[in-house]
Design a protein around this ligand. Structure first.
Ligand code: SAH
Length: 395
């Protein structure tokens, strides 16, 4: 196996089992590995550190897999990791209640660059590293052995694929092409998913728990669901007795699917208003019209793709939340989220505090939302934590 020598003084993160080694930390490569090959990382004195995927096109030159020198990184190693991840989701998947979740979450499940989402009997896969790409035949075989899916579809259109020098990909990996509509159920609520055309891999299953937590507050309330996508918070609110739900998203396809989902669940369409619009514009319009709500949900896309974008993103989050607060009736609830990994909870609270000051409001944080257990965070890989939210009571 080809050996890669780490620069002296760069061992700490590796010894703490952080799975990334940046190209700048590498002293030299003994030989010519292909991108995606498994290599042996050694320290300056030649002692073993870890095994990992090599890629000279990525800023993250090594993605570490295993710290036990005696382990063999063979097909069985990958099959074992896939099986362990799938098994650990078994409590989430309950017949007749939930049949959609994330089965494999990349580094957090010890498989750097592999994301697998389950939608009923279909799987959507993202392959984001050349190492995982090489192992795909055995990974697909293991997924088929464990789950016998009708289809496995590659949704690797994520921008991060470019960082590894991989082309974007959107193909059937096994079975049939997924149908245009796959019906899934999450916490007893039905959704139509378009795996091939939908955003991300078709559905934001990372909000599963947060949707139910918020829904416990909605009975008899007038709810505004901003960035609704296909209706995660909207449908849960209608299900749990909201008086009305106004949903706003800029994607016409998302709003059309949200309307179909309301029918699919036989919810009262008279309680739903769905608006295709830019949220910032729509919030200002509501303010001009004097419209108010009891509960406002803000679940925007990622505003801070990196740490360097954090200042600008903080201002955007502040402005959005200020507008949300201004539309609330006294004592109303704001459920506000950030899926930017670069923004931690403390910074997010600070942003909310600024927004409250600017809006002339008082805010109590009454609950902290986080990502669910099918999006685990490895103690040695805090980068896996990205979704956070605050339930605020606003006076
Ligand atoms: N809350 C959703 C997920 C939201 S994902 C759920 O529970 O499933 C973010 C959504 O924001 C996407 O649907 C995207 O179309 C929408 N979006 C992005 N920018 C927007 C903008 N400026 N105005 C309105 N919607 C926007």
């Amino acid at each position: 196996m080809i050996e890669v020598v780490l620069k002296k003084g760069k061992e700490k993160a590796v010894l703490h089992r952080h799975p990334w080694v940046f190209s700048g930390a590498i002293e030299r490569v003994k030989g010519k590995p292909e991108n995606g090959d498994v290599v042996r990382l050694i320290d300056a004195k030649g002692a073993f550190l870890a095994y990992g995927f090599y890629n000279n096109q990525s800023r993250v030159a090594l993605r570490l897999l295993e710290w036990d020198e005696n382990s063999e990184i063979n097909e069985q190693w990958f099959r074992d990791r896939v099986a362990a991840a799938v098994e650990s989701r078994s409590n989430i998947l309950v017949e007749g209640v939930t049949n959609t979740c994330r089965l494999i979450f990349s580094e957090s499940d010890y498989l750097p660059g592999l994301i697998v989402d389950k939608y009923a009997n279909h799987l959507a896969v993202q392959v984001l590293t050349s190492g995982i790409e090489k192992m795909m035949p055995c990974i697909i075989d293991e997924l088929q052995r464990l789950l016998k899916p009708e289809s496995i579809f590659d949704k690797s259109d994520a921008s991060s694929r470019g960082h590894e020098g991989l082309p974007t990909s959107n193909v059937v990996l096994a079975g049939n092409h997924p149908p245009e509509h796959v019906e899934v159920i999450e916490n007893g609520i039905r959704y139509n998913i378009n795996i091939a055309e939908g955003q991300k891999s078709g559905f934001y299953c990372d909000q599963r728990d947060n949707r139910s937590i918020l829904a416990a507050h909605v009975k008899g309330k007038k709810v505004l669901d901003c960035f609704s996508y296909t209706g995660g918070f909207t449908l849960n609110s209608l299900h749990r007795g909201a008086a009305s739900v106004t949903s706003v998203d800029s994607s016409q396809l998302a709003i059309d699917t949200l309307k179909e989902n309301i029918l699919l669940n036989k919810f009262d369409t008279r309680k739903s208003i769905a608006i295709t619009s830019d949220v910032n514009k729509q919030l200002r319009k509501f303010r001009e019209e004097g419209e108010t709500f009891d509960i406002v949900v803000l679940d925007p896309p990622k505003y801070a793709p990196s740490r360097s974008a954090l200042d600008k993103a903080s201002r955007a989050y502040k402005d959005l939340n200020r507008l949300g607060m201004l539309l609330l009736n006294k004592g109303g609830l704001l459920a506000t989220f950030s899926c930017s990994g670069a923004m931690d909870m403390e910074t997010f609270k600070q942003v909310l505090a600024w927004a409250a000051l600017d809006a002339g409001k008082q805010v109590q944080f009454i609950y902290q939302f986080c990502q669910p257990e099918d999006h685990p965070v490895r103690s040695s890989f805090p980068e896996g934590e990205y979704l956070k939210g605050l339930l605020c009571r606003v006076f």
